[in-house]
Design a protein around this ligand. Structure first.
Ligand code: ADP
Length: 579
């Protein structure tokens, strides 16, 4: 009897222990909302007693290309891992963190022990042995930013067999960061709008802007082919009809989308749509690791994808891998003085193409020429657009004094900031300016702005002696009234004074923006080796190359570079494989 009782008790204990082990959640649907990058992110999880069965993520984001990808990819990852603690999407940290935090909260509401979920994560042994795969094609395009996608459209239209690899889970690269437009001269839009311009003037402005370090032949090609590139963009539905003035140009030359939206995301969306329409699939999450050479000629690339290691045999390779502004080791190798500088770059900008090209003998040009952008918020690396200064904001240092003409070239303003105590400054503006510049809402929403009803209060919040800030602002408003900035000779961005409260400040410092140097190419986008000869079958376009921008890139010339040389690289590769 005693024995029987014992058995019953142990069975009960065993049963309840099993039940405990199996029941991870209280079945039902739970939700949680967290603050994302451009608004709220809502996560709704549905659980059975042992499993996360469904997850829905809703989030509006100001960077759909990135935040949108995080919204799409993290849900499946959480379902697969059966824990909310999955890897965030690099480049979309804020959105990823919000999704993971909201999923954690929702699952906690469902009674989950998150540590136990982590301990039992289901994707832990997923790094199963990858297959070895071989692909035979004519052309490999490495990188699906602006240059790579332009090349891919061309290759498709020429009926070539090709593959396009992108190491990130999304396309666009640094191209998505371009806010202004594309420089082009003698375009039909300029003619229709009565704007006089010439190829010669565009080339001269670009050389001057680049401190004459640029390769004049590449610059000439850029200028000559710019109007044709605008026509080509028209032909694929990516019109850039809105023309305005941009720093360093002698006339109105920068072409932007009709609605004034940022050119980078616009082109990436249009290029993606075109590729989709043409049935071209970008191999995402697939990183080229090495160029294959045979008998002194390019023979393909090695790459690594999520499930396989690839050997891609091809006659020609187009490197469109972008710059190296997101690779601190690499930029400090060439510019030790930039150690610790934040970057505005997309996370894929790690210089892979430069390293791969060098390994097969490519020469590099102007590799130490790195452009700093002077107004980058340092905790988020968010770029505060030039338009804030263009619309009338000023820069003050920690003592409350101006220290430069705020609208000098990016390198000059950055240098002036770095000469200030603490190597930072504040960008100051008022409500009137905020009302007229949409971009500012994003900065406010993300908590980057310090706001106050009076200048004295603003100064106190910034730890500046109020008297100095007030004096500075009075002097500036006087300069606007008389259109005479005796202190620093500023002549632009002086239409409106800064007198409408509340007042705003954002603390900023320089950030790495564009790597102007890179692989040496000729005007056919052939990569040139250290002996001055083309490497047969190797082509490159966009930020991976050097020579187009020299010592300083003009706003509007990065987009010109990727579209024009992306097309040239494709034309050259098409001709080469046709031989
Ligand atoms: P560009 O403006 O010259 O087109 P982007 O930065 O816009 O340059 O695009 C470069 C693209 O190349 C990015 O999307 C980046 O993630 C991708 N990329 C960089 N290195 C590799 C690599 N090793 N394999 C595949 N894609 C790469």
């Amino acid at each position: 009897m005693k024995k029987l009782l014992c058995l019953a008790v142990s069975l009960m204990l065993l049963c309840s222990a099993t039940a405990l082990a199996e029941s991870l959640f209280t079945p039902g649907t739970y939700e949680s909302v967290k603050k994302g990058f451009g608004g709220d992110v809502k996560v709704t999880v549905t659980v059975s007693d042992t499993e996360i069965t469904d997850i829905a993520i809703e989030g509006e984001s100001e960077t759909p290309a990135l935040g949108g990808v995080a919204v799409e990819t993290l849900g499946p990852a959480i379902l697969k891992a059966q824990t909310p603690n999955v890897d965030g999407l690099s480049g979309a940290t804020v959105t990823s963190t919000a999704i993971i935090a909201a999923a954690t909260e929702a699952l906690t509401k469902a009674g989950a022990d998150i540590a136990a979920l982590d301990a039992n994560r289901k994707d832990a042994s997923e790094e199963a042995a990858k297959e070895e795969k071989t692909i035979d094609t004519e052309i490999v395009i490495v990188g699906a930013g602006g240059a790579g996608m332009a090349a891919a459209i061309m290759a498709n239209q020429a009926g070539k067999d090709f593959v396009i690899l992108e190491k990130m889970p999304y396309v666009g690269g640094n191209t998505t960061k371009a806010t202004g437009g594309m420089n082009a001269a003698e375009t039909h839009y300029q003619k229709e709008q009565g704007i006089e311009d010439s190829v010669e003037l565009f080339a001269a402005d670009t050389m001057k802007g680049g401190h004459d370090l640029n390769d004049p032949e590449l610059v000439r090609t850029l200028a000559e082919q710019s109007a044709g590139a605008i026509d080509w963009l028209d032909s694929i539905g990516a019109d850039l009809p809105k023309i305005s003035f941009s720093g360093g140009a002698s006339t109105n030359r920068i072409h932007a989308p009709a609605d004034g939206s940022a050119v980078g995301n616009y082109l990436v969306d249009k290029f993606s749509a075109k590729l989709k329409e043409l049935g071209v699939e970008v191999m995402l999450n697939t990183k080229a690791t090495e160029l294959i050479m045979e008998d002194g000629k390019i023979a393909g690339v090695k790459a690594e994808g999520p499930d396989a290691y690839y050997t891609i045999n091809a006659k020609a390779v187009i490197l469109a891998t972008g710059g190296f502004g997101a690779n601190e080791d690499m930029y400090t190798q060439y510019r030790p003085d930039l150690k610790g500088t934040v970057t505005t770059n997309a996370p894929g900008a790690t210089g892979d193409g430069i390293v791969m090209a060098q390994a097969v003998g490519a020469d590099l040009v102007d590799i130490e020429q790195i452009q700093l952008h002077p107004t980058v918020e340092q905790t988020t690396s968010m770029l505060i657009t030039e338009s804030v200064r263009g619309d009338g904001a000023i820069l003050v240092n920690q003592s409350g004094h101006r220290f430069t003409n705020e609208l000098l070239t990016r390198d000059a303003v950055s240098a002036a900031e770095l000469a200030q105590e603490g190597q930072y400054a504040y960008i100051i503006f008022d409500q009137h300016l905020r009302d007229n510049l949409k971009a500012i809402e994003k900065y406010v929403k993300n908590g980057l702005t310090v706001q106050a009803d009076t200048l004295e209060e603003l100064a106190r919040k910034l730890n500046i002696y109020p008297y100095f800030l007030t004096m500075t602002m009075n002097a500036w408003n006087e300069a606007v009234a008389t259109q005479n900035d005796a202190a620093y000779g500023r002549t632009t961005g002086m239409n409106d004074n800064l007198t409408t409260p509340p007042y705003y400040a954002i603390q900023i410092a320089p950030g790495i923006h564009h790597t102007m140097g890179g692989v040496k190419i000729d005007t056919s986008a052939e990569v040139i080796d250290t002996n001055g000869n083309p490497i047969p079958g190797l082509f490159a376009a966009g930020e991976v190359t050097g020579g187009v921008h020299g010592g300083n890139r003009l706003g509007g010339n990065a987009v010109a570079d990727i579209v024009i040389f992306g097309r040239i690289a494709a034309e050259s590769a098409i001709e080469y494989v046709g031989k």
